[in-house]
Design a protein around this ligand. Structure first.
Ligand SMILES: N[C@@H](CCC(=O)N[C@@H](CS)C(=O)NCC(=O)O)C(=O)O
Length: 195
């Protein structure tokens, strides 16, 4: 059971489950907002969360990794201790801490609805930091078809979603390798990235 919808961070567990060919029930965001489900399944009433067997999980990274780890046909995530797993962790952490956190902060500032000079300065600072991370990724993607090499993996779901948010925030125009990579992801059948 996955709680969320494909228009936000829950897109990643949904996309992961679809790529793995797992069957699951989706409790959509609209239902979550109208009943008492979210607080019982997520300590902050956020999405996504998931129930896998008897295990309740929140945080999209934990959900995606667990789905891969328990699937006998897992093609998306290397085993613990492998170089594929280590580079997955590297890029997943990099995208969250160096890029997505700053996009999220700017989203929160917009949501607070208090535009002003001081906010504009903070937002520019956030964009500068996120762009520095995007530059690193652009350079990696100049010589890699997907993050881990020739094959699509969980790294592409986790980091691809962050990069797509950056694209939709108009931060990728100077990074052609990222834009070409996202066009490739968007053409995948199970892709849940927003166009
Ligand atoms: N760290 C959590 C963040 C979850 C999160 O912030 N989800 C957003 C939707 S993308 C949410 O539920 N927001 C509701 C709110 O901020 O009130 C994760 O990555 O899973």
């Amino acid at each position: 059971m996955i709680y969320g919808s494909s228009t936000n961070r829950s897109a990643r567990p949904i996309w992961t489950a679809d790529e793995l060919g797992l069957e699951y029930e989706l409790v959509a965001t609209e239902e979550l907002m109208t009943d008492s489900v979210p607080r019982s399944v997520h300590p902050q009433g956020k999405i996504p969360s998931a129930k896998v067997g008897d295990l309740m999980l929140f945080e999209f990274v934990a959900i995606c990794e667990y789905l891969c780890d328990i699937d006998p046909n897992n093609r998306l995530l290397g085993e613990s201790g492998s170089s594929q797993r280590a580079t997955y962790s590297q890029w997943a952490s990099f995208a969250q801490s160096e890029i997505e956190a700053y996009l999220w902060h700017n989203f929160q500032l917009d949501r607070a609805g208090q535009e002003g000079n001081s906010f504009a300065t903070v937002k520019d600072l956030n964009i500068g930091i996120a762009s520095s991370g995007l530059k690193v990724i652009n350079s990696h993607l100049e010589s890699h078809e997907y993050f881990g090499g020739p094959l699509f993996t969980l790294t592409d779901i986790v980091v691809g979603w962050t990069l797509n948010w950056a694209r939709r925030s108009e931060l990728t125009e100077d990074f052609p390798a990222i834009e070409a990579y996202l066009a490739k992801l968007l053409s995948r059948p199970y892709c849940s990235l927003a166009k």
